[in-house]
Design a protein around this ligand. Sequence first.
Ligand SMILES: Cc1cc2nc3c(=O)[nH]c(=O)nc-3n(C[C@H](O)[C@H](O)[C@H](O)COP(=O)(O)OP(=O)(O)OC[C@H]3O[C@@H](n4cnc5c(N)ncnc54)[C@H](O)[C@@H]3O)c2cc1C
Length: 476
Amino acid sequence: MSEAAKPVPSAVLERIREIVGPEGWISDAGAMHPYLVDRRELYHGRAPMVVRPASTDEVSRVVGVCAESATAIVPQGGNTGLCGGAVPHDDGSEIVLSLSRMERVREVDAVNDTITVEAGCILADVQAAAAEADRLFPLSLGAEGSCRIGGNLSTNAGGTAVLRYGTARDLVLGLEVVLADGRVWDGLRALRKDNTGYDLKQLFLGAEGTLGIITAAVLKLFPRPREVQVAFAGLASAADAVALFSRARAAAGDAVTGFELLPRIGLEFVLAHIPGSRDPLAAPHPWYVLVELSGPGAGDGLGALLEEFLAAAADDGLLQDAAIAASEAQARALWRLREDLAEAQVPEGASIKHDISVPLPRIPEFIARAAKATTRAIPGSRPIAFGHIGDGNVHFNLSQPPGADRGAFLAEWSRINRMVHDLAAELGGSISAEHGLGQLKREEILRYKSAVEMELMRTLKRALDPKGIMNPGKVV
Ligand SMILES: Cc1cc2nc3c(=O)[nH]c(=O)nc-3n(C[C@H](O)[C@H](O)[C@H](O)COP(=O)(O)OP(=O)(O)OC[C@H]3O[C@@H](n4cnc5c(N)ncnc54)[C@H](O)[C@@H]3O)c2cc1C
C-alpha cells in the first residue's frame, strides 16, 4: 500500500480536473465502476476519480501534481489483466489514470517496418493499422478487442504468436514514458541497433505500471503471412505433443507460428458449451495440438510440408489422427476450439487457475504430477492443462468437481496454488509465465525469487519512484 493511505485532498483533485478539462475525468460512482473492478471480479477498489488524459503533456502534468502531493496513481489500459494490477485498492487513496483517450496511431513506416502508437490504442486496432500498410503486428491474444497496447507492454503480454515473434517486450523499439515525478522520457527511437548505454525501455516493459506510465511506443512490424496452414491433431500423451513440437521445428523452422495444447476434457467443455463448435476428428483422443505454419510468400508449399510432417509423425506413432483446415474459415474454427476453452470452463463451475512455465521437456512431468497432486487434494476435481506449449507455458486450471459447492472449492485456491507453484519451481519454472504479478501473486513471488533478486527489484523501484506513488502494492 502507499505510504499515503489517506483521502486524496480535494485541492489535488481540483488541480487535476483543471489540467484534463471536463472530458478528462469521471467521479460518478456508476461511471467509475468498470474502472474499479477487475475482469474476473476478484478485486473491487475505490477511487475518488478516474482521470482520462488526452495527451502525453496532460499525463505529465497530472503525474506532476500527484508527485507533489504524494498521491498514488494506478495506470490502466483495457483492464483485462488477470492479476488485479490495474485496479486500485479499496481505501480510496489512489486515483486511476486511464490511457483510453490516447488512441492515436502516430505513424506507420512501412520501409522501416515500424508503427508508432499511443498507449491507449486497442491491440486489435494496432493490428488493423499494420494490416492496412500490408504488414503484420504479431501480438495476438484472446482479449485483443479490448486490451490496450500500453497494458500489453506493461504486462509483457504473451499470447499465441510468441513462438515465432517473442513476447510483447521483443516487439518494442522505443518508448515514451512519463516518469514518477512527471518528467517525460522520450525514448521513441525507431532503431534496431542502438548500443548507447543501458536499455532503459526494458525497465518499463513488464513493470505493471510500478515505475512510470507508458504513453507511446515504437513497435516492430513484419511481413504479412500470405500462406497460413492449420492442423488439429489427436495424440496419446502430452509427451507426444512435446516430441511433435520438436519435429515440427526441425521440419519447418520459424514457419511454426502456433503450437497449442489442449486435453480431451477441454475439447469436451468447448463442444458442450460453445455453440457451433464441432470435433474435427472422428474419434476422441486424450490430447490435441493445434499446429499453425505460416510464411510471407504465397506458394511457400507449407500445405505440402504440413501434410508430409503429419504423415511421418503418424507413421512413427506420434499422433493418432489429424485434420488440416481446407479454408480460412476452417482454420478459424480450429483456432476457436483452443481460444474458447477459457470461456467454456465457466459453465462447468469454479476454476482454480495457474499460468506457469517450465522448460519444454519438463511439461509432461509437470502436467502429470500437478494433476495427480491436485486431484488427490480435491477428489473429483478436473485438471484442464492447456496453452502455448511451444513456449513452455501451461495454463493449469482445476475445474471444480461437478455439483460441488463453489465457495468451498474456491476456499482451496491458495493451497492448490502452492502445490502447483512449488512443482513449477522445482522443475525450474515460473509461477507467472505471461499474466504478471499484480496484487494476485505479489506475496506468492517472495517464496520463489531469491532475496537478492527481490532487493534488486526494490532498488529499481526506489530509484525511479522514490515517493512510491506508481501503482503501490503491486509487484514489489
Ligand atoms: C480472454 C482473455 C485472454 C487473455 N489472453 C492472454 C494471453 O494469451 N496472454 C497474455 O499475456 N495475457 C492474456 N490475457 C491477460 C491480459 O489481456 C493481458 O495481460 C493484457 O496485456 C493486459 O492489457 P490491458 O490493456 O487490459 O492492461 P490492464 O489490465 O489495464 O493493465 C495491466 C497492468 O499494466 C498496467 N498498465 C496499463 N497500462 C499502462 C501504461 N500505459 N503504463 C504503465 N502501466 C500500465 C496496469 O497498472 C496493470 O498493472 C488475457 C485476458 C483475457 C480477459
